[in-house]
Design a protein around this ligand. Sequence first.
Ligand code: IPE
Ligand code: IPE
Ligand code: MG
Ligand code: MG
Ligand code: MG
Length: 370
Amino acid sequence: MSFCRLGAWSTHAFVRRLLRLGRSMLASIACSVVHEPANPRPDFWYSYGNVKKRAELRRLVLFEATNPECGWSMGFNQRLNFTAQLVESRLSGLLDGVGRAGAPERLVAAMRHATLAGGKRLRPFLLIETASLFDVPTESAATAAAAIELVHCYSLIHDDLPAMDNDDLRRGRPTVHKAFDEWTAILAGDALLTLAFEVLAGGVPTGPAVNLAMVASLARAAGAAGMVGGQCLDLEADKLGLPPRPDAAHVARLQAMKTAALIRCACELGAILGQARPEEQRALETYGARLGVAFQIADDLLDVEGAATVMGKAARKDAAKATLNAVGGIGLAKERLAELAADAVACLARFGDKADVLRDAIAFTVERER
Ligand code: IPE
Ligand code: IPE
Ligand code: MG
Ligand code: MG
Ligand code: MG
């Protein structure tokens, strides 16, 4: 979508709807993006200082423009792409801040390498879209979205280390320990993890109770009974052959922890930000949990059927891993994938059309090639 198109359109539905939704600041930005005469504060846009910040606000406006409530919709992939750009720019700003705070250049360079090079940004997308069910502005959700992506990027650095999966390629580029070295990669992972909590604790413009709930949720999801615990089960199977004959239930436990915990958390954080009712939050958490396991099953299938050039990471690496492919064959994995997709769809029933983007995220997860 070009700015011209938004410009022509903004005089009509978009700005009026934003105003009706009480989003006057965004409406104001939208007007100034396209130099509308109807701009309630003509100088608003230019008061936003530096070019980077303005670019981020432009993205926000365009992203909001695609909100179904604003009456203009955009394809799922374009919307995901907008989130990716938005999160990328937020992450870049955060890492600039780390450098300014005095972190060693080498460490910041490794953190940037791990964080700013592509990635689907699915977890931030889920957080932003879940929050938007409750009309949380994208700009408010973007900081928490960046925090969860920082945890994800740290998990990938460590996952790729020689002591773990020993991978050389990630997001189409050398892994951090290849581009730098192992000790730098370990420290960059540590620094991204801790940065995530600094960001979440201090940078989200909500009350302390909401911030605290988000910090606790992310810590739980990332920790020993979540992602880290799942990685332990994954490597126990891979390196120690334990348990000797993993069954489907063991694989389900492993996947729920190593991958689904963080994806579920993205949805939980969106619900917390949106101050969802307990039953709404539970439905979204279950959606995230089902989607998360489906995401890992799809990832394991891609290891068998996918192309390294498309995925940006090596394929045919999982022979010794505890996967559904290994336990019951590809047929069983695909069957389970379809069941999980149907379960995830069912969780969204109470949210009506507003959850269409989250429904599309299920299809995206199942059908993705990277
Ligand atoms: C890869 O996650 C690790 C898994 C949990 C399977 P993604 O497939 O979301 O990786 P990026 O962020 O898009 O590179
Ligand atoms: C990684 O799972 C899950 C994480 C917690 C990072 P994989 O090891 O299957 O992820 P890829 O295939 O390397 O991306
Ligand atoms: Mg792994
Ligand atoms: Mg791996
Ligand atoms: Mg994998």
